[in-house]
Design a protein around this ligand. Sequence first.
Ligand code: CMX
Length: 469
Amino acid sequence: MDHIAAHNQSSKVAMPPTKLGNTTPNTLHQRMSEIVPNRLSDIRIIRTKYGKGNLGNVTVDMAYGGMRGIVGLIWEVSLLDPEKGITLRTHSLPELLPRLPRGRRGSEPMPEGMLWLLLTGEVPTKEEALGLSAELAKRGVVEPWIEDVLDQCPKTLHPMTQLSYAVNACQHSSKFAKAYASGVPKDTYWQYYFEDCLDLIAKLPLIAARIYRNVTRAEGAPPVGRGLSVDVSLDWSGNFARMMGFESDEFDDMLRLFLTIHCDHEGGNVSAHTCHVVSSALADPYLSFAACMNGLAGPLHGLANQECLLFIVKMREELGDNASNDQVEAYVRAIIKSGQVIPGYGHAVLRKTDPRYTCQKEWAEMHLPDDPLLKLVGQLFEVVPRVLAEGGKVKNPWPNVDAASGVLLNHYGLKETNYYTVLFGVSRALGVLSGTLWARICGLPIERPKSLTSEEVVRLFGPEVSPKM
Ligand code: CMX
């Protein structure tokens, strides 16, 4: 198979130089500037040698079936294995988490380390991650009129809609859009795109925290107004937690873990692919990421974390705290019979338990072993895969990333389920903006797959099997 050969051979092309005896920590931009030319040269070699390699056949069913199994994208920063789960720049999650640097406080990895890894392919030193943290804190300002716009949103406007709205508004300060309009050379696009990506990632905690404050404020209370700002002595996640109003070290650590592990899941999922396709028209990172958030807000994708906790809470209300597995099973069967999905279970690519579920479940077992909702998460794990596997219709009966996250958030007092996808979105910025930035670095063209009508399918494969059209 050509593509496997290409994969094996690609490990032999020159990779970015490793850092030797460097005492001054790199900034992310310095390191990117060193890596980019080498990587572009690698890609030129890969395309010259393997450009004609065949990545597989496309059937009519695949075209009707959500393009499952069609390989048609390059996404440099992560790869999903159906059995093993996500690898981020070739590192599996269980292997990577202990290696990512910790900050000045807390015991979980700083998401800044993950961002550095996704962009450069290298696990940063603690100093590099802290430097990036400080840089993000400096960039974490939002134009006051955007804060006012958010303050004017009705409390009832879904937090994901508010997020998308605010990110679109931030496009006002896009450096890439201005540079493009001024006619800068194509090979410098990525530099402006990089600036926008870092600015946007830096602004997200402030935007998202303001949304949280506004949707959770007491009835009749005024919106946040002025007064939320980033503390340069805190890390990205710590700032986010503090601005939302959470003060405990354990919450901070839980949030660091959440923001680190939700960052990316290769390029074909709805949120990443949306960001990729919108950006391929050279829409700037703000417009691309706002579109990405609209996709994440769908219940079959990111909104499933909201749906999942609602499902568990409702089940607890109906079954109480001492439900048997038989009762849980009857409840699950009734939900499926009514035509609804079991949120937090199933996946379009994964075929085993999601390692992101496992790591959150392990964290919960260590930190909140007596939480009654955690007990139900465990019971669902014992019941749901067996029930979903019956009949062979569901291709993956195992839990995904959303099956345990809500229980963690709820335990620490973040009980507003309609906010959960915003947290997912803030984390996803790290992955989708990294992947999309690399698409711009590589100069990938505007995306334009070919579509067909059903009449055209019949014309291609008929007429002996043609239905009446
Ligand atoms: N509960 C009940 N039925 C399910 C199911 C679940 N958790 N997962 C899949 N199915 C059903 C599908 O609805 C589909 O039924 P129909 O043929 O009647 O339409 C059938 O099984 C086959 O689906 P599939 O090929 O196994 O799964 P898809 O690739 O089409 O869909 C996903 C994947 C995630 C949308 C689906 O498993 C699902 O709806 N899960 C619940 C929602 C969820 O947890 N989403 C979050 C996923 C993670 C993420 O992207 O963020």
